[in-house]
Ligand binder design. Sequence first.
Ligand code: ACO
Length: 318
Amino acid sequence: MFKILGTGHCLPERVVTNDELSTFLDTSDEWISKRTGIKSRRVITDETLSQLAAEAAHNAMEMSGVAPGELDLIIATTCSGEKVVPGIGCMVQKLIGASCPAFDISSACSGFLMALDVAAAYFKSGIAKKVLVVSAENMTRFVDWTDRSTCVLFGDGAGAAVLGEGDNLLSIKMHTHGDFDTVGIHGPKGNSPFETVERPERNSCTFMNGQETYKYAVGAMSGDIEEAAALAGIDINDIQHIIPHQANLRIIMATQSKLKIPVERFCTGIEFLGNTSSASEPIVLDIENRKGRFKEGDIIAFTAFGGGLTDGGAIYRW
Ligand code: ACO
């Protein structure tokens, strides 16, 4: 299907610590750290999401040695885009100087894996030989900063991967369990004079049932790794590195204890990223890749869950 030729990421400059949040919210570093593992997050101030996405893409392109003109497709993922239209993929296409088609996928935190699944189909069909996947999220613009139960969880950032032909993706399997209530982001309220029903009060804000999301997340992430491993024909003990969606360290650790995979095999960045939705996996992938963590032949498992509800798993040989 494909091989990862390069990775990249870009974070906003501004670091916001838990202690800073406790200056204007009834919260504390102790509560946030204990419940989520998050110590700080990056927050967009004067940057734009498209700039972050383009910088992440640029870094991945540079590592891959692929020129923008060689790309056959750009798949972007976001649930917190800069604009409704144009999509972030189109903006990245302009900013990096590519000329291929580009579109966005909105699958919340599972977006990066959903993009890999779509990219795999393009490679399989022979339509594409070089694909850029870029995941960019500005979740801090889509939370209610007076709601301590959600706003402390999220951060902003972008991650990217350049894909070329290869057989390194051993399996990928995505799932959707259509659901309106567990976790989501309200749409813009609008001011149409023709609407006859009340729309949600809080305009474009993230809502969630934390405990339901937590239970769903642990079951989905562990089940998806087992399923992807079975499809790839490998034992879960053969997995050297796991890159889970970074929503909550406790969710990652509960997945770890369910699967009984050694804790040091889990790649995490939640401590300094917060939940960057679909961008979390490519950001962590790039950070660990640039540290030289992955050796040729290593088996990496990806797993994610998110609003939709969506979830999935993939097995990749480095
Ligand atoms: N600081 C201090 N206290 C808080 C805070 C806060 N930031 N937030 C909530 N509390 C309080 C609550 O009011 C409650 O108080 P009460 O007992 O007096 O009523 C108490 O803490 C416990 O609240 P819970 O919601 O029961 O806490 P829980 O242990 O469930 O942890 C959490 C909450 C961290 C959100 C957890 O449920 C979780 O991680 N869920 C999954 C979230 C997730 O993964 N979301 C991803 C969705 S992203 C997307 O797809 C858009």
